[in-house]
Design a protein around this ligand. Structure first.
Ligand code: GLC
Length: 571
């Protein structure tokens, strides 16, 4: 009897462990374990001396990219484009931008990445196209053209259309009057970026066909640019102008039936390949974000939420707030769905300038602290090129130095409302997108080794000290720290799948958390200030092992030096 009982218990435990490991392994995905490295192609490496980065330039640096230890590269758009918004205005979705090279270059780049075990994510910009796309040219030409319905038009005889906010428009108005057919067209971004009409099944088919074209070439993932805005309520309800920009997301994001369009995209594209999918923006609230990436719903894989970086813009931003936001997002995704972890990209300030301290005294140490954060949180890290060197904001003083359409039109808008352009420049110096777009700093030679020609955007003056060549030689550089942090993540699955728990939650200077999986537990402590400080925990760290730190003499006495970061393995 006893033996039978024991046997039964044994069988049950086998069954349970099997079920557990099955569900566990079905939750394991390559894109959860990956570190994504975002390359801004225009600024990475110029191979032909025209001052603009290109695909051959990236090819020449593939071994370097491999040496970082990253698994996936996401390239900002590389399609044909008149470059009103640096490639986010596409005039041909099946061709490569002339300045960047040719389709042969693209094929060679993809091959070179795959040979090195690196996956490739394509930026898909289909909320809008360029006004120079053939579809728009046709659409614009007459009210009866078969492409008319590819975009949103409002006949002028109906009067002015209900106001819609545009992020890049000089007048902040998303409707542009076009005398050719006496109608207005919609553009949530610049006037050269007309919004595609997703309600038109033909448009959806064109987009899915185009995505299949790239998937068949072998790309491993798609990032859907501004996709949360793709659907419009075409009954065009009136939204009060004064509610903008505050309620912009509320009015413009996640309009139904966006989820059914994403399911269509899943059925027609994603389901056919082993690709990862991520949409920029995560909707109006947690529910939206969750619905986007709930695996059972078959829409997308990863949410890319802006709350953490948007919060940094507010005047009363604090560390406590940052901890709260990240912890809340983590808790929402604890059991289902998956997040991206990022604090910078091509639309934002430099990582160290915004979240660390780019004063020479603290630049390196705070930059390494932030790298520690990005690579030890739960979620897939999206790491922006140049941040691994600790590159900083350029902080141009004059509008003439800026190239970004958002900055140039924002300046004109400021002029038009009150002429207070000084304030706007102050804003741009800290937050302008060109800060993150200055040429990548390879060495101390002319133009930081980026180009033999005249770079499209000025090189940051600090390139003589902050560059790859110098950092390669220094075992303690930001660059080598980034490599170490990636290896740490790779060697410790707990950093990918482990539970996240906030420690010392009311500490306004230190962000501390544990990551725990099976019997492994790591404690990560990060001092986000330039002061010496301490943290409190009941965890016993006296017997822990220090796995990573940005100081050579990290201690176990719960004291932290300025911007100190320590990863402890608890025993
Ligand atoms: C996204 C891109 C940004 C671009 C905008 C319009 O936000 O990240 O760079 O300007 O969409 O396409």
């Amino acid at each position: 009897m006893k033996i039978r009982l024991l046997f039964l218990i044994f069988c049950l435990s086998l069954f349970a462990s099997n079920v557990f490991s099955q569900s566990n392994s079905s939750n394991q995905k390559w894109w959860k374990e990956a570190v994504v490295y975002q390359i801004y192609p225009r600024s990475f490496k110029d191979s032909d001396g025209d001052g603009v980065g290109d695909l051959k330039g990236i090819i020449s640096k593939l071994d370097y990219i491999k040496s970082l230890g990253v698994d996936v590269v996401w390239l900002n758009p590389i399609y044909s484009s008149p470059n009103d918004d640096n490639g986010y205005d596409i005039s041909d979705y099946r061709n490569i931008m002339k300045e960047f090279g040719t389709m042969e270059d693209f094929d060679a780049l993809l091959k070179g990445m795959h040979e090195r075990g690196i996956k490739f994510v394509m930026d898909v910009v289909v909320n809008h196209s360029s006004d120079e796309h053939e579809w728009f040219k046709q659409s614009r030409s007459s009210r009866t053209n078969p492409y008319r319905n590819y975009y949103h038009w409002w006949p002028a005889e109906k009067g002015e259309p209900p106001y819609r906010f545009s992020q890049f428009d000089v007048h902040r108005n998303a409707w542009k009057y076009d005398s050719l057919t006496n109608a207005y067209y919609l553009h949530y971004f610049s006037i050269k970026q007309p919004d595609l009409n997703w309600e038109n099944p033909q448009v959806r088919k064109e987009v899915f066909d185009m995505m299949n074209f790239w998937a068949k070439k072998g790309v491993d993932g798609f990032r859907l640019d501004a996709f949360q805005f793709a659907c419009k309520d075409t009954t065009w309800p009136v939204f009060p102008k004064e509610d903008y920009p505050k309620d912009f997301i509320k009015y413009h994001a996640m309009v139904e039936p966006i989820h059914s369009y994403l399911k269509e995209m899943y059925d027609n594209v994603f389901s056919k390949y082993d690709v990862m999918s991520v949409a920029e923006g995560a909707g109006r609230n947690f529910q939206d974000a969750h619905d986007l990436v709930d695996a059972d719903r078959n829409e997308l894989n990863l949410a890319y939420a802006f709350d953490p970086i948007d919060a940094r813009w507010s005047k009363d931003y604090s560390m406590l707030q940052m901890k709260k936001i990240f912890s809340k997002w983590d808790s929402v995704f604890e059991n289902k769905g998956w997040l991206s972890i990022f604090l910078a990209n091509h639309d934002n300030a430099r990582l160290v300038s915004r979240f660390g301290n780019d004063d020479p005294q603290y630049r390196e140490v705070s930059s390494k602290m932030l790298t520690t954060f990005l690579l030890t949180m739960r979620g897939t890290p999206f790491y922006y090129n140049g941040d691994e060197l600790g590159m900083t904001n350029i902080r141009f003083n004059k509008i003439e130095d800026y190239k970004d359409i958002a900055a140039l039109n924002g300046y004109k808008y400021a002029q038009s409302i009150n002429g207070d352009t000084g304030n706007y420049i102050t804003f741009l110096k800290e937050n302008g997108r060109d800060n993150g777009r200055t040429p990548y700093q390879w060495n101390a030679n002319v133009n930081a080794g980026f180009s033999n020609g005249n770079p499209w955007l000025s090189v940051n003056r600090n390139y003589k000290t902050i560059n790859v060549e110098a950092e390669e030689k220094n075992a303690n550089s930001c660059l080598n720290y980034f490599r170490k942090a990636i290896q740490l993540r790779k060697q410790n699955n707990v950093l990918v799948y482990g539970k996240y728990e906030l420690i010392d939650k009311d500490n306004s200077k230190v962000y501390a958390y544990t990551r725990e999986l099976n019997d492994k537990k790591l404690l990560i402590v990060l001092n986000f200030t330039k002061e010496n400080t301490s943290f409190a925990t009941t965890l016993d760290i006296s017997h822990s092992k220090i796995l990573l730190s940005n100081y050579s003499n990290a201690s176990k006495n719960k004291e932290l030096k300025p911007y100190e970061a320590v990863v402890y393995e608890l025993h």
